[in-house]
Design a protein. Structure first.
Length: 334
């Protein structure tokens, strides 16, 4: 029986790199491994407008929904009986629980409308303080200065962050929502740190662990330059620094990002976080992360099984799950 693998993010966990790699190797996957790639940029571009209409300048969700779903269903009919993969991080959200529920409702509708009867839902989780750091740096890259500093950014979003970044509750929400489907759905969580620590990188981890593919992809990186000149980047970062990045050495901060050409979000937390702020963020998620860790260690099968999938096993994570989780939460639980 053919199945559809859906990678739902979350955001800031290498999704663009994975999507670039899937597009690059789509013909190899189809011809050599009988796996079709649904590309959010080429063959099913309207889905992203349906999932995030405000971002793409279309607020009329009701009008785009049937068009987006039809686009996907029509393509399903054309590809025949083969496995498929679709990577779309806008099925998830990390800022608002309300949005998380809305996106999962859309994912449920998407699954129920699909011709496939078997699904694997893959979701990656990133340590919260590091994720907040990455989101804030993206605001800088996108020339968004709505918040004068990361302290103001966290303060403004404080309640939403605590709720939405509670991975323990979010994973329960995903499983509960998708258990409403009458199709076979397995939810498989991954750790972003584990994927990054793979000997050949994040993309190779995805192909090997998620797709069970023998293809050897290169690593792909997002191009996060703000313009054609490093001077543009320097000017923007100087402006950001003058508006509140006061916890760092400004010269070091600018030089570090310029030297990496903004290719890497994974700057040290000290690039933006003060020790006091980092401790504050870590403490907020300590209890929920501990519950999340215990759930994965002690009751793995219940975590990934829903009403329709009683024999599901987390093959990709189970054998090394405890080791990966301990690495992931080392800073949070100490």
């Amino acid at each position: 029986m053919s199945k559809l693998i859906i990678h739902i993010g979350t955001h800031k966990t290498g999704t663009t790199s994975i999507q670039n790699a899937l597009d690059e190797h789509q013909y190899e996957l189809f011809n050599n491994e009988n796996m079709f790639v649904f590309s959010r940029e080429s063959n099913v571009p309207k889905i992203k407008y349906w999932l995030y209409p405000e971002w793409y300048g279309n607020s009329d969700v009701n009008s785009i929904e049937p068009i987006a779903l039809k686009e996907f269903i029509d393509l399903e009919k054309d590809i025949g009986n083969c496995n498929a993969v679709y990577s779309e991080e806008n099925f998830s959200d990390e800022v608002s629980v309300v949005e998380q529920k809305k996106k999962l409702d859309k994912l449920l509708l998407f699954i129920n409308e699909s011709k496939y009867n078997e699904f694997e839902i893959h979701v990656f989780f990133r340590e919260q303080a590091e994720l907040i750091n990455s989101i804030y740096l993206q605001r800088i890259r996108n020339r968004s200065y709505n918040y004068s500093s990361i302290e103001d950014f966290i303060k403004f979003n404080d309640t939403d962050f605590i709720e939405a970044l509670d991975w323990n509750k979010y994973l329960d929400l995903i499983n509960n929502k998708l258990s409403l489907s009458n199709k076979k759905v397995i939810v498989i969580p991954h750790l972003y740190h584990d994927a990054c620590a793979h000997s050949e990188g994040m993309v190779k981890y995805f192909f090997e662990r998620v797709l069970n593919s023998k293809i050897q992809p290169s690593n792909f990186y997002e191009n996060k330059k703000l313009g054609n000149s490093k001077n543009v980047v320097l000017e923007l970062l100087s402006l950001a620094a003058s508006r509140g990045v006061s916890t760092v050495n400004i010269g070091w901060f600018k030089e570090s990002i310029i030297n990496t050409c903004l290719k890497d979000d994974n700057l040290p937390l000290e690039a933006v976080f003060s020790d006091k702020l980092k401790t504050k963020v870590t403490k907020k998620f300590r209890r929920s992360n501990s519950m999340f860790l215990n759930k994965l260690e002690n009751d793995t099968s219940d975590l990934v099984e829903n009403t329709y999938t009683k024999k599901a096993i987390l093959i990709n994570c189970k054998l090394k799950l405890k080791t990966y989780l301990m690495k992931f939460f080392t800073n949070t639980l100490t």
